[in-house]
Design a protein around this ligand. Structure first.
Ligand SMILES: [Zn+2]
Length: 319
C-alpha cells in the first residue's frame, strides 16, 4: 500500500518540475531575445559610444535617424549635445551645424548655431535669395537676401522737415508713425533724434556703392556699404539718425544714443548692426542705423540680445 502511493507521487513531481523548467527557460529565452533585439537598436549603439540615456533621448527628439547613424562612425563628442541644447537650434540645420563645427573646432555651440542660422557659414553674397517681401515689416534684407531693382514700398510717406535733415526723406507709414512717437518721447527728456537718411531706392544705392568702391575698393566698401538691392534702406523701414552737432560715428557717445539703447524697442525699432556682431550681420557696427520691425519682434530682439538676422532665421523662417 505504502509503496504504491510512492510510485504515484513520482510522475506528479516530474510533471511539476518540467512545467517549472519550461517556465524558467521561456523567461530566459524571452529575456535573451529582448536583449539581443535591444543591442540592435540605435539607442544601444549610441550609448555604447558614450552617450548617456538623457543624451540619446535628446538626439532622438532633436535629430533624425540618418544623423544618429552617422554619429556611430564618430567618437563621443559633447559638442554635438551642446549644439542641440542651444536656444536657437533648428533641427533641419543639424548637418550644417556639424559641418561648421568640423571646420571651426574652437567655436562655441552658440556661435555655431548663430553663424549657420544666418547663413554666415557661407561667404557674403554667395547663394543670394530674393527677399521675401510677403513678410512685410519683418522682411529680411541683408547680404544673402536681395530686393529687386524695381521694389518700391507702396506706402512711403514724406518725413516732415521737423524730424529730418534735408533731402525730403521718405519712410513707410507705420515706421514713420512709430518714429514720431519715439521722437516725441525722447523730446520729453530734452533729447532730439534727427533722421539723416531713410528710404533709398535701388538706383541711389547703386550710385552710392559705386562711389565707395571707387574710393576704397570692393573689399573695404563691402564692410560698410551694401551692394544695390541689399540695402536695408530700400525697405523704407530704416533710418540713419543723428542729433545736433554730431558727425556719424560719434553718435554712440550721445545721450540720444543711450536713450535709444534703452527705449528704441518700445517703439518697434532695433539697432540693426550692433558692436561685435559683424560676423552675423555682415556690417561693421553702426550706432546710427535703426530698423523698424514692430514692437513685438523688437522687444524679443532687444531682450535676448540677438541680431535681426538671427531672429528672422528662428522666428520667421523656422516658424
Ligand atoms: Zn543706414
Amino acid at each position: 500500500m505504502k509503496r504504491r502511493r510512492k510510485l504515484k507521487k513520482k510522475p506528479v513531481m516530474i510533471l511539476l518540475l518540467s512545467i517549472f523548467l519550461i517556465i524558467v527557460l521561456t523567461i530566459f529565452a524571452v529575456k535573451t531575445i529582448k536583449e539581443l533585439n535591444y543591442r540592435k537598436t540605435l539607442e544601444y549603439k549610441i550609448m555604447t559610444i558614450g552617450y548617456s540615456k538623457d543624451e540619446y533621448d535628446l538626439l532622438e527628439r532633436k535629430t533624425n535617424k540618418e544623423f544618429m547613424e552617422n554619429l556611430l562612425t564618430k567618437e563621443y563628442d559633447k559638442m554635438y549635445i551642446n549644439i542641440l541644447k542651444e536656444t536657437y537650434y533648428i533641427p533641419s540645420k543639424v548637418n550644417q551645424y556639424i559641418n561648421y563645427y568640423d571646420n571651426h573646432l574652437n567655436s562655441k555651440a552658440n556661435e555655431i548655431v548663430s553663424m549657420v542660422n544666418v547663413g554666415s557659414d557661407k561667404k557674403w553674397y554667395e547663394d543670394v535669395k530674393d527677399t521675401d517681401t510677403s513678410k512685410d515689416l519683418l522682411m529680411l534684407n541683408n547680404k544673402f537676401n536681395k530686393l529687386s531693382k524695381d521694389y518700391v514700398p507702396d506706402d512711403l510717406v514724406n518725413v516732415k522737415n521737423w524730424y529730418a535733415y534735408g533731402n525730403n526723406p521718405q519712410l513707410r507709414q507705420e515706421a514713420y508713425d512709430s518714429f514720431i512717437n519715439m521722437f516725441n518721447a525722447a523730446k520729453e527728456e530734452d533729447l532730439t533724434i534727427i533722421i539723416n537718411s531713410a528710404y533709398r531706392p535701388y538706383s541711389s544705392q547703386e550710385k552710392l556703392y559705386a562711389q565707395y568702391v571707387d574710393k576704397d575698393g570692393e573689399e573695404v566698401a563691402d564692410t560698410y556699404a551694401a551692394r544695390p538691392g541689399h540695402s536695408e534702406h530700400q525697405t523704407g523701414l530704416t533710418v540713419d539718425v543723428t542729433t545736433y552737432g554730431v558727425q556719424g560715428e560719434d553718435f554712440d557717445k550721445t545721450d540720444e544714443f543711450k536713450w535709444l539703447q534703452e527705449h528704441a524697442h518700445e517703439y518697434g525699432f532695433i539697432l540693426r548692426y550692433p558692436k561685435d556682431k559683424e560676423n552675423l550681420t555682415g556690417y561693421a557696427y553702426e550706432s546710427w542705423h535703426y530698423r523698424y520691425v514692430g514692437i513685438e519682434a523688437a522687444t524679443i530682439i532687444h531682450n535676448s540680445n540677438i541680431t535681426f538676422d538671427e531672429y528672422y532665421a528662428y522666428y520667421i523662417e523656422n516658424a
